[in-house]
Design a protein around this ligand. Structure first.
Ligand SMILES: Cc1cc2nc3c(=O)[nH]c(=O)nc-3n(C[C@H](O)[C@H](O)[C@H](O)COP(=O)(O)OP(=O)(O)OC[C@H]3O[C@@H](n4cnc5c(N)ncnc54)[C@H](O)[C@@H]3O)c2cc1C
Length: 303
């Protein structure tokens, strides 16, 4: 627990970011979770995954931009990537972070950027998922997703089961037919807003799954936790959901065996595929989830 907290704290430290981003061995270690530095590399991996029967959501790495120019560049990359994927006939949407689209600078700016990505994706019949970041952005994220959804329905949002507020949010999103991707949550959060005990996070996840399979619109179950996946399959059966009506989502480079097994059993599986040079924050969150990954990094650095 302490190690997780330390790694999540370090995920926001610029000095360590500068050191690791320029270290070839750290870059090599991060490549386990990242498809490549360029859009071209990401689309090549997407093609391969589609051939194997997986769907993809592309994540252009980056968060917390400092100015409107960087937010505009990120907007163009997200929209361009989804357009190019569609033009190549690939089965891929995009996952975006609002801090990458400038929400910390100005909500109106982020709203315009998100709307642009969603509308351009709609023209090529693709879906946009808004990732959920730290809890200080939860309210703004939900507000902007609702506003954009009222103009273009091809947008959904991630909800974190560690947040206490998520039961009420899921009820509301279900009523508004906004698709939810359910995750446990990957950020450092205080006790007032988030369950700290993993058992509570899992129990809350189960309750939210039930609500999503009973009342939700096209739920996405995003976990590598086999017990929760079994529970989701039970919920799909109980609430009579066809395979087309929900999906499992997993991260690139994690539990390939499980992704394969679910796909073989006839489930829809979407791989979350990050690309780009700004991999530090994403990589540190993956280390925090499984500190065993840290030894892999340290071994590499020590070579
Ligand atoms: C598609 C997708 C999208 C996500 N989007 C968001 C988001 O928008 N916001 C957010 O806060 N979080 C997001 N997450 C991350 C999520 O919140 C969890 O931190 C992450 O999924 C780990 O939790 P778990 O449910 O997989 O279960 P865990 O109990 O952590 O893991 C179950 C098993 O999976 C394997 N595993 C899990 N993580 C790793 C890892 N890093 N390295 C190696 N093996 C691992 C291990 O075998 C582990 O025993 C997303 C996750 C997925 C799969």
């Amino acid at each position: 627990m302490l190690l997780r907290q330390t790694l999540l704290f370090l995920s926001r430290r610029k000095e360590l970011e500068e050191f690791l981003k320029h270290n070839p061995l750290a870059r090599q270690a991060s490549s386990r979770f990242v498809a490549g530095e360029t859009r071209e590399q990401a689309l090549a991996v997407t093609h391969q995954l589609n051939q194997e029967g997986f769907k993809v959501t592309l994540d252009y790495l980056g968060e917390e931009v400092a100015d409107a120019g960087q937010a505009a560049a990120a907007t163009e990359e997200y929209a361009g990537a989804v357009e190019e994927a569609a033009a190549r006939g690939l089965d891929a949407g995009v996952s975006v972070k609002l801090s990458h689209l400038g929400v910390r600078i100005d909500e109106t700016l982020a709203f315009g950027n998100l709307l642009q990505v969603v509308q351009r994706a709609a023209r090529v019949n693709r879906f946009v998922r808004v990732d959920m970041e730290g809890s200080e952005l939860t309210a703004a994220t939900l507000k902007l997703v609702r506003r954009v959804h009222s103009e273009s329905a091809n947008v959904g949002v991630a909800i974190q089961s560690y947040l206490r507020r998520s039961t009420a949010e899921v009820d509301l999103l279900n009523r508004e037919k906004i698709s939810v991707r359910l995750v446990k949550g990957a950020y450092l959060e205080p006790e007032e807003v988030a369950y700290q005990d993993l058992e509570e996070v899992v129990l809350h996840f189960m309750g939210l799954l039930e609500s999503l399979f009973r009342d939700g619109h096209r739920p996405a179950v995003a976990t590598h936790d086999e017990k929760l996946i079994e529970y989701a399959i039970d919920m799909a059966f109980i609430f009579n959901r066809g395979e087309e009506d929900y999906e499992f989502q997993m991260l690139y480079g994690i539990r390939r065996d499980l992704q394969e097994r679910l796909k073989r059993d006839g489930h829809r599986v979407r791989v979350y595929l990050p690309y780009g040079t700004d991999w530090y924050g994403y990589f540190m969150r993956r280390l925090a989830e499984r500190p065993a990954n840290l030894w892999f990094l340290l071994r590499n650095l020590g070579k």
